[in-house]
Design a protein around this ligand. Structure first.
Ligand code: B12
Ligand code: SF4
Length: 568
């Protein structure tokens, strides 16, 4: 008996029968640094939920991340008796196509659907399947396979990101995904995760000790000392956080964490505690100035964000456009509010009624849902799919793009802001009162050294004269603090300069499209033969990518010329 767990198939972010070019399979380039051109951060993230399920079953399981359709079909022929497909709403058609192919190619194979896409009304009528998991997947699959549901949760060993590039150059780093729990009890009306998990928090790691042990395991097995935490509101659980920190200090662990947390949760702690905990990246839902969600009541957002930044913590401020009260006159207030936060990163997301949320119910009941818009366009980075009192769908596209551009023009490339934040934290910790906090200063120094080669490139290629000037000043401050740039850093800066130019050329000719490589991860199964991986590499790089580049080059009016340049 064997299980195949799969993500939906590539190519992603192209206009075809199954998807749209705006639906990018990347966090930053999709919805954060999307208008920052060559300065956009590029990376992919594995399908964490599938690895969590696979790790916690006894059944032999293969996790397939980012397959092409032909790779998925070839995998099916290996004789799995169950296939689990994970999908979100905009990937509905991909999941439907995959399930139909399973019925054709392996009619006796059981199909299980999971992930947020399962909230689509009547999904079992629209997609061939035998079971649907709406909500938590580990318990669901254990029950489906007749395995003990109450067995302790084991944490999978998954890197948080791969295929990382900045300025056209690959970037390193070993960071792991940490999954302490799913869901959030706060119940914000637009939020998918709170509704999907029925306004409950489902902890996988209940105590600080369990989080600590999981991190030790990831450190030992993967060499990770940085963790990207997939938990909607990690800091909400104060006791767990404090126990984790106390264990880290006892054992001298200088780990770092990237987190999502709401302002009310962050405000439970003093800034020094957050520094000690090693938070290097914090995603905060600022949402809107006028429509203040309960989690943000009474919080001075700008003061909070500036305090975090001045202590070396990089902040992503997230906001929602096309809220129901937005008009042409007042939407700028929210855009300026978000831009004025001067965060390191800003995400603008269009208000999106997604099935299962209170927002969806309201919009649907008032007859304002635009049902004719196909699901692949329900993603929040192109056009709204409901009747807005003040904006048409076309206008929502333009306002969204302009909001991102405004942030970029006013605040400069996010990478520059990040380096400024690290520098501020490094300088502030000069007076660190104890060795543990002093260790945090050393980490910030290392981050700065890592960023240094890109600073001259920012100074040369920044879009505005102000951004270029800021980068020059930053370079000078770094020299004063860390001493002159050594030969190795200078050489790296030269290489990054060259890759940045090549990347700029690529963006101008074939666009920004990029595809993640396919990944097979066997759990209690034989390793995947090298030949399969080589074949996948060849197919992706010599067949699929050139075809995609040629298509986008043709679309951008430059024909094959651009596609050929890519080959160099
Ligand atoms: C990481 C992430 C991504 C990664 C995805 C990486 C990947 N390999 O797929 C990136 C950054 C690329 C991404 C992109 C987008 N994402 Co996203 N993403 C997330 C995020 C932050 C975490 C998901 C996660 O891993 N959680 C941790 C795991 C453990 O939980 P889980 O995935 O829910 O899995 C559990 C269950 O759902 C279930 N399960 C899941 N799959 C399966 C399959 C089977 C067979 C079974 C039985 C069970 C099961 O079991 C798991 C364990 O309990 C969520 C928000 C959130 N906090 O959940 C949004 C979220 C999933 N993304 C969302 C969206 C909309 C997008 C984008 C369209 C961008 C956008 N506008 O927000 C793009 C689409 C990209 C594309 N082309 O597909 C929405 C989905 C909305 C919906 N109702 O469909 C979410 C919920 C965020 C939101 N807006 O509220 N995303
Ligand atoms: S606080 Fe964040 S995660 Fe929780 S319900 Fe609100 S938006 Fe969702």
């Amino acid at each position: 008996m064997a299980l195949l767990l799969t993500s939906v198939f590539k190519p992603y972010a192209v206009d075809d029968d199954f998807g749209r070019k705006e639906n990018v399979m990347e966090l930053f380039h999709n919805q954060v640094t999307r208008e920052q051109g060559v300065f956009s951060l590029r990376m992919n993230h594995p399908s964490a939920g599938l690895h969590l399920i696979a790790e916690n079953l006894r059944t032999p399981t293969m996790v397939l991340d980012f397959p092409s359709m032909s790779e998925f079909e070839r995998e099916l022929t290996k004789g799995y008796d169950t296939v689990g497909i994970s999908f979100i709403v905009p990937n509905f058609k991909k999941a439907q196509h995959m399930a139909r192919r399973v019925r054709e190619l392996a009619p006796r194979t059981r199909i299980v659907l999971g992930g947020h896409g399962t909230m689509i009304p009547e999904v079992e009528r629209l997609i061939p399947c035998d079971a649907v998991c709406r909500g938590e997947g580990v318990g669901f699959m254990r029950r489906l396979f007749g395995e003990p549901d109450e067995a302790p949760i084991r944490h999978p060993k998954v890197e948080s990101a791969f295929n990382r590039h900045f300025l056209g150059a690959p970037t390193g780093g070993t960071s792991a995904m940490l999954m302490p729990g799913n869901g959030c009890p706060n119940g914000c009306d637009f939020c998918c995760t709170t509704h999907f998990f029925k306004r409950q928090y489902i902890p996988y790691l209940r105590t600080g000790r369990e989080v600590f042990d999981a991190c030790c395991g990831l450190e030992a097995s993967m060499g990770a000392n940085e963790f990207f935490v997939l938990d909607e509101n990690f800091l909400k659980y104060r006791e767990r956080t404090l126990e984790l920190l106390s264990l880290m200090e006892q054992h001298g662990k200088q780990w770092s964490f990237g987190l999502f947390s709401s302002a009310e949760s962050i405000n439970q702690y003093g800034i020094e505690l957050l520094q000690r905990l090693g938070i290097f990246f914090l995603w905060i839902g600022v949402e809107s100035k006028r429509h203040v969600y309960a989690k943000n009541k009474g919080v001075d957002m700008k003061a909070l964000i500036q305090k975090l930044r001045s202590h070396g913590i990089v902040v992503l401020a997230s906001g929602i456009l096309f809220l129901e009260h937005h008009t042409r006159e007042n939407i700028d207030e929210d855009i300026d509010y978000l831009v004025g936060m001067e965060a390191d990163f800003v995400q603008f997301m269009q208000l999106g009624p997604l099935p299962g949320t209170a927002l969806y119910e309201r919009i649907e009941q008032s007859g304002r849902l635009r049902r004719e818009v196909p699901y692949e366009e329900w993603h929040g980075q192109h056009r709204i799919w409901f009747e807005h009192p003040a904006f048409t769908a076309e206008e929502s596209e333009r306002w969204l793009r302009e909001a991102f551009e405004r942030d970029y023009l006013v605040n400069g490339p996010s990478m520059l802001r990040m380096a400024e934040t690290y520098l501020a934290g490094y300088q502030r910790l000069a007076g660190a009162t104890d060795a543990y906090l002093g260790g945090r200063r050393e980490l910030l120094r290392r981050r700065l050294v890592g960023h240094w080669p890109s600073i001259p490139v920012l100074a040369a290629l920044g879009r505005t004269s102000r951004a270029r000037q800021r980068a020059r000043e930053l370079g000078e401050r770094l020299e004063r603090l860390l001493g002159p740039m050594d030969a190795a850093t200078k050489a790296k800066a030269a290489v990054v300069g060259a890759t940045a130019l090549k990347e700029s050329l690529r963006l101008a000719t074939v666009g920004s499209v990029r595809q993640p490589p396919t990944r097979w991860t066997p759990y209690r199964l034989e390793p995947v033969p090298l030949a399969t991986q080589v074949r996948s590499f060849v197919e992706l790089n010599l067949v699929q990518k050139p075809a995609l580049y040629a298509k986008s080059a043709a679309a951008s009016g430059l024909g094959l010329f651009g596609a050929m340049l890519r080959g160099f």
